[in-house]
Design a protein. Structure first.
Lengths: 274, 320
């Protein structure tokens, strides 16, 4: 399962010729992306390269389009009424807005963790096994293997290994969020999108999630939205600053947080804004 | 100054109309309580002595002035089960379409309006509709096409149940809709983001969470449909039937015969009270039958509550 090339997984018909197959450091290439919600122009000509196996943080004031941008990467905007998207998002050489794209297959490659933890009202096991089961995996020991591996990767195995058959909703908020991360990892994605994954959590749970993100970037490309500057500085390798639907600046986190090119970025980061 | 504030705060606003209205709404609020208590008390007081083992297990005798009501219990249960089997899939499917697929366009509004109006149609109209549509139109035409003589084109349990199914459809649709709407949007999003198709999301995430509500709808439908007399009047119920509506499948597996007529609890009460040679004499039977009908309905409601508690507990939600 690991060795199937991404572009083959995305496409039903495997006739696409990958364009950037050898440009291996870039995971996602976003070109001239515009998103409209009925009359709102939520993203304006965003162009951005997202690096493989690194953490990219998206920051910016409320309503600037961070979540909207994140949702364009796994086409979750498709599910919102009135949303319209222009431009291209190229993942490992394939434009995910191309006409032959299988959205379901795309979402298996680009996983997502939401701001508010949203485990299903099922057992812990059934939550994590949800994705694999969708793909037709029924074998009990195989599912158990996937569940255990995913929970371990999400740093929650030790806390729940004795109660996999208990409802996930009985866990604490921080634990529930890590279950949601495990659930996303169980699908075996290449890219993990996280929309303010720790904003509803206490400092200890937040620290655990940050530690986890640090660990995960060894194997996954991670894009994270956060309102917390320190968090962005701590966990990310690259940072993009959005303002009113525009990507104002993007670059290495170190640079953005010390010597940003744009005055607006500096103002926002130093708290002289918003 | 200070004194006046204190006296203002402590002065009682006990004007007459305030107290009067207060008392009035209190009295009105207990009316339903009194009503249900009186109904139950009268029925239990008069019916409890009648309901014996033989009353439950024997057929009526002596021109239906003696004996039991077993055929009525049998018919009522069979008819109700058949009704639910027909109405539940239809109603749930309609609700799924309304909540998960239809936007709020013209189709949605038309179906919405139809459902609301259906709920307001008097039940006798359903009876006439059932006779005209199911028995005479569908049934007679089936007989003609299938060359089955007079099998479909006459009143029978199938058409009575079908008529009742239409009657209870709005109940099922509305409660299923409510159950589906109450499933958080975030769960649908989570499922889709994990690579589920829309239908997989509905089947694996939405419906399991809505099960309790769907079940409640089914039970409400039973409560509503089981006691109706008018819709089955012309479509399948029998005044008296010397045999049970049972047929032997392949000659040896007994099963309910949906093409036969049937006796029914609520209709039995109705004819005992209005058509009996001696209505006074059959009064105990009426009370007994009513007690059985009410007990069955009550039992079903209890089952529904237990089921709902069970589902919620399994999902890790708080009970009730
Ligand atoms: N489903 C929607 N329908 C219509 N407009 C929307 C929708 N979602 C977002 N918007 C609008 O698009 C713009 C960007 O919203 P978005 O949620 O992407 O911002 P955000 O940066 O994530 O904000 P926050 O930090 O508050 O989460 C806002 O003006 C918002 O009102
Ligand atoms: Mg957001």
């Amino acid at each position: 399962m690991m060795n199937v090339p991404v572009e083959e997984k995305i496409f039903h018909a495997q006739k696409a010729v990958p364009m950037d197959k050898h440009n291996s450091s870039i995971s996602i290439k976003v070109k001239d992306l515009n998103v409209y919600y009925s009359s709102v122009h939520a993203l304006k000509s965003v162009t951005l390269d997202i690096q493989k196996k690194a953490v990219t943080a998206l920051i910016g004031p409320s309503g600037c389009g961070k979540s909207t941008f994140l949702r364009t990467l796994n086409r979750m905007n498709d599910t919102l009424p009135g949303a319209r998207i222009e431009g291209s998002v190229i993942i490992d050489g394939v434009n995910i807005y191309g006409s032959e794209i299988n959205v379901v297959a795309l979402r298996r490659i680009v996983g997502m963790v939401f701001q508010k933890s949203n485990p299903f009202p099922k057992t812990i096991f059934d939550n994590v096994a949800y994705g694999p089961r969708l793909q037709g995996i029924k074998n009990k020991s195989m599912l158990e293997g996937i569940v255990e591996e995913s929970l371990k990767k999400s740093a929650i195995w030790d806390e729940v290994k004795d109660r996999l058959e208990k409802p996930a909703l009985e866990l604490s908020g921080g634990q529930q969020q890590r279950i949601c991360i495990a659930r996303a990892l169980a699908v075996n994605p290449e890219i993990v999108l996280m929309d303010e994954p720790a904003s509803a959590l206490d400092p200890i749970s937040t620290a655990k999630i940050e530690e986890l993100i640090h660990e995960l970037k060894k194997n996954y490309t991670i894009v994270i939205v956060t309102h917390n500057m320190q968090q962005a500085a701590r966990v990310s390798d690259f940072t993009g600053y959005f303002y009113l639907g525009l990507l104002v600046e993007h670059g290495e986190t170190k640079k953005i947080f010390t010597t940003p090119d744009k005055k607006e970025t500096e103002d926002y980061i130093t708290g002289r804004f918003g | 100054m200070r004194e006046s504030i204190v006296s203002n705060l402590t002065v009682k606003h006990d004007n007459l109309s305030e107290n009067f209205m207060n008392g009035l709404v209190r009295i009105f609020a207990v009316v339903p309580l009194i009503a249900i208590f009186l109904i139950l008390w009268i029925i239990v007081k008069n019916g409890a002595g009648v309901v014996t083992g033989s009353f439950l297990l024997l057929a009526p005798t002596d021109g239906m002035t003696q004996g039991g009501i077993f055929p009525c219990i049998f018919g009522a249960i069979a008819k109700t089960v058949l009704m639910v089997v027909m109405a539940l899939p239809l109603g749930v499917a309609a609700a799924i379409y309304l909540v998960e697929y239809a936007g709020d366009g013209i189709v949605f509004r038309l179906i919405r309006a139809a459902v609301n109006n259906l709920a307001g149609v008097p039940s006798i109209v359903f009876g006439l509709f059932g006779l005209g549509f199911f028995v005479l139109f569908v049934g007679r035409n089936l007989d003609q096409v299938l060359k089955t003589g007079l099998l479909f084109g006459q009143p029978c349990m199938l058409w009575a149940a079908a008529t009742l199914a239409i009657l209870v459809l709005p109940v099922i649709i509305v409660s299923t809709e409510e159950a589906l709407i109450s499933v958080p949007q975030s769960h649908r999003a989570a499922s889709l983001a994990l690579g589920a198709t829309k239908w997989q999301t509905i089947w694996r995430v939405v419906i399991p969470q809505a099960r309790g509500g769907i079940l409640t709808g089914a039970i409400l439908a039973v409560s509503r449909g089981a006691g109706e007399t008018a819709p089955i009047l012309f479509t399948g119920v029998a005044y008296f039937l010397p045999h049970l509506p049972v047929v032997n499948l392949f000659g040896f597996i007994p099963m309910v015969n949906p093409f036969d007529q049937f006796m029914d609890l609520s209709y039995h009460i109705y004819i005992m009270a209005t058509q009996s040679v001696d209505a006074e004499k059959t009064l105990p039977i009426q009370y007994g039958t009513t007690l059985v009908l009410i007990s069955l309905t009550f039992l079903l409601n209890l089952v529904a509550v237990l089921f709902r508690m069970y589902f919620r507990k399994k999902q890790g939600l708080v009970t009730i």
